[in-house]
Write a protein that binds this ligand. Structure first.
Ligand SMILES: Cc1cc2nc3c(=O)[nH]c(=O)nc-3n(C[C@H](O)[C@H](O)[C@H](O)COP(=O)(O)OP(=O)(O)OC[C@H]3O[C@@H](n4cnc5c(N)ncnc54)[C@H](O)[C@@H]3O)c2cc1C
Length: 387
């Protein structure tokens, strides 16, 4: 596996173990059928508890059954999962960073005890409802409302593009509390079997096909007071979850690019034209040299981000730079890898085009490339250019 500047030599024993466990899991349980799942638009649901058993959901959290591994170990895990498919990494990211993290950071003791072990073991599936049909890049304009009632709250609204909503047991739904001053955004744990909740699947995707995506419609859904996340109010709630997930994406994208590189390198060595392996031609070597360089630079950024996160010095702007750069890098390099495979490169027999299509989603979700540009622009100039 490409590790040109030998970053993996510095991994500690636990980090190596997590890397190897994830690689073996992917090789044995997902890789053989991922092309077929992609074609059929299905997720291999049988691996959900297996991933829990192996500790793939938020292992960087502390307590409630979570081993509190290093941020590097968590990053490497995301890298290995996405080297297989962005849909597989999305499963772990949503469950860990977008569902378990907010419960861990902002939940009551009862909420933590009820949900964290189940989610961590993959006995329950969670989803994260922020995006709405009319509000994607600007979630603070959300229209979903929570109104106080005698028992708690009544929720109304709709969320869309929600990873795993059709198979979720619980949704972390972000809604404006209309009964409080200034209508702050609050987080609600909404069990999906509550009256008034529907979670239709979105079927016509051309990207991230091996991942289940859906809507969440909330029609006079009653939730008790105990289902509100008590520890946060305002946009800080969802945005802090996105920072966690984007951290994993910055690592994951490197995995997708690395897999494209490995497939292209092997293909170029085997494939002969003009009676010689195509790897012998300078133009193909140029592509591999550039790919290896770009992947190594992105890896360096991811490893540094892990150090900053471990020390509590990582800022949202650091994460924006890494998500923006590494996903763009992977998107560009996957296209080059696909190109090196000629006609065979457009089939599901080889991973680069699948990665390339997946990366269109990764480029768009968790803050589009443009939005991360604006976050960095604001950080660097002090001026907001969103509006
Ligand atoms: C497969 C998939 C899974 C997803 N999973 C989840 C999930 O689990 N939970 C969840 O809540 N959401 C999820 N999302 C939603 C995702 O986060 C949004 O699609 C994303 O935030 C972009 O929002 P939008 O699609 O409404 O695009 P828009 O916000 O409408 O943007 C359209 C275009 O306009 C650009 N743009 C917007 N504002 C500006 C500006 N101020 N300046 C310059 N350009 C701008 C954008 O960069 C983009 O190119 C998922 C999306 C996909 C595709």
């Amino acid at each position: 596996m490409l590790d040109f500047v030998q970053l993996e030599e510095d991994l500690d024993q636990e980090e190596r173990m997590i890397r190897d466990t994830a690689r073996e899991f992917v090789e044995e349980h997902v890789k053989p059928d991922i092309g077929q799942h992609y074609e059929e638009g299905t997720f291999p649901k049988e691996v959900i508890p297996k991933m829990g058993e192996l500790g793939f959901y938020a292992p960087n959290l502390e307590g409630y059954g979570s081993p509190n591994v290093s941020e590097t170990a968590y990053g490497i895990l995301m890298q290995e999962l996405e080297a297989c498919d962005s849909g597989l990494r999305s499963m772990a990211s949503v469950q860990g960073a977008l569902v378990m993290y907010p419960i861990h950071a902002y939940g009551s003791e009862e909420q933590k005890e009820e949900w964290l072990p189940k989610l961590g073991e993959g006995e329950a599936v969670g989803c994260f409802g922020l995006t709405e049909p009319e509000h994607g890049s600007n979630p603070s304009a959300m229209e979903t409302r929570a109104e106080r009632s005698e028992q708690g709250y009544v929720l109304n609204g709709s969320k869309t593009w929600i990873t795993n909503s059709p198979i979720a047991d619980v949704a972390v739904v972000w809604a404006r509390d209309t009964s409080a001053e200034n209508n702050p955004v609050r987080g609600f744990l909404v069990e999906t079997d509550r009256d008034g909740v529907t979670t239709n699947k979105i079927d016509d995707k051309l990207s991230l096909r091996a991942s289940i995506t859906g809507e969440i419609s909330l029609n006079n859904v009653e939730v008790p007071e105990e289902n509100v996340l008590p520890g946060v109010s305002g946009m800080k709630g969802p945005l802090s979850c996105l920072t966690q997930a984007r951290y994993g994406i910055a690592w994951g994208a490197v995995g997708a690019a690395r897999d494209c590189f490995e497939v292209a390198r092997e293909y170029a060595t085997d494939r002969e034209q003009f009676d010689q392996p195509i790897a012998k031609f300078q133009m193909q070597q140029d592509k591999l040299a550039e790919m290896a360089t770009q992947i190594s630079l992105a890896q360096l950024l991811a490893y540094r981000l892990a150090e900053l996160k471990e020390d509590g010095r990582m800022t949202p702007a650091h994460v924006s730079m890494a998500k923006r750069n590494n996903v763009r890098m992977a998107r560009n390099q996957s296209r080059i890898a696909r190109e090196m495979l000629g006609g065979n490169g457009i089939t599901t027999d080889y991973s680069p085009m699948r990665h390339m299509q997946n990366l269109e989603t990764v480029y768009t979700y968790e803050g589009t490339h443009d939005i991360h540009t604006l976050i960095l622009g604001e950080e660097l100039t002090g001026f907001q250019a969103y509006v």
